[in-house]
Write a protein that binds this ligand. Sequence first.
Ligand code: NAD
Length: 423
Amino acid sequence: MAEAAAQESAFETAQSQLRSVAKLLDLDPGIVEVLAHPKRELTVNFPVRMDDGSFRVFTGYRVHHNEARGPVKGGIRYSPLVSLDEVRALAMWMTWKCAVVNLPYGGAKGGVIVDPRSLTAGELERLTRRYASEIDILIGPNMDIPAPDMGTDARVMAWIMDTYSMHRDYSVPGVVTGKPVEIGGSLGRYEATGRGVLYVAMEACRQRGISLEGATVAVQGFGNVGSVAARLLAHAGAKVVAVSDSRGGVYNPNGLDSDSLYDHRRSGGLLVSHPRSDFPHEDISNAELLELPVDILIPAAVEGQITEANAGRLRAGMVIEAANGPTTASADAVLAERGLYVVPDILANAGGVIVSYFEWVQDLQSFFWEENEVNQRLQRILASAFQQVTAVAEERGLRLREAAYVLALRRVVEAIRVRGIYP
Ligand code: NAD
């Protein structure tokens, strides 16, 4: 308990990031208070019938942080560690993320306290449909458009889309993104966040004057984001030397076979169960992975992994934050002091929400694009956002994180200003 209390919570990190950038921008304290709190929060406790006939009650959340720039958008997380505090932080980060890449959205997030791996497919479907019914009052293509996050995937999005549509008696594909392509999903959405990490890494390497080809990479978290990022970075010529999931990781200074690991993960396997004889490696813990001497470290698991305790021991040349909030505010201060180059989460992992936006646009128009077009537009938006953030950083002598926040906050505050405070 004492340890948990001492640790900085995700929402504390998010609030302290907001307040420090608000100072830089000399924002009206009233507006800062508006932004420091989510606009609305829904907690739902709901029963699900289990396969053995018993009922279990689950708790879920949906939080809208700010909708000044448009309908709100954000993923749904299934994890035993979900909490209202975490969902609030993730919703706030979505507001900044959408603003920094200039999408016409505000921020939201949702979650259910559950280990999805402990449920059967039937139980997961019933849980998802009931949760979707409970948050139905908040979601919709003009209001709040959920997407996948940790522990959820295209199948879960299909159930949410179907449940919402059943309640209305017609199909509403635009209510969620990250759906299967058969029901209005976008080509390229599955890979979008990891692909975005690749594009951001290309920009970062260009800016730092280092070659991505041959650069060594360690990736913490081998899920949707981490596994795609590792594979695409390897295809781009980088040398992925270490990857990990919740049970630990594998390391080979000469490079791992990212394709084989990717296929293994897509077939549902954890890294610890990968057929060991396939590739030479040594086992490594998550803590060890973070401290490897690599050119690029990519945290792509959960928040709060780079802490005040280990920030001083990082030996990476740069950090690209694929996860949301992987660095606590106090750890970030240590990284700043050390002058470590960090591409912040709200920019580095924005590829997912950018292609989600493309999916929503395609659904609203019932007109679908080719994958090439999706990827090219994704790269254009990310490269342009990266350059805008860099320009703010140079102009004001800031790190990329502060610069990204400055850009995002300016846009959100301007939207609030021109709309005015109701009534
Ligand atoms: P996922 O559930 O597909 O994968 C998560 C991975 O992290 C798994 O390999 C899991 O084993 C591992 N993991 C979990 N806890 C861990 C721990 N304590 N230490 C090490 N590894 C751990 O989730 P995802 O969709 O890949 O999301 C990963 C991160 O990226 C999250 O922070 C999420 O919010 C963020 N993100 C996801 C998307 C998206 O489109 N899916 C978009 C933007 C940001």
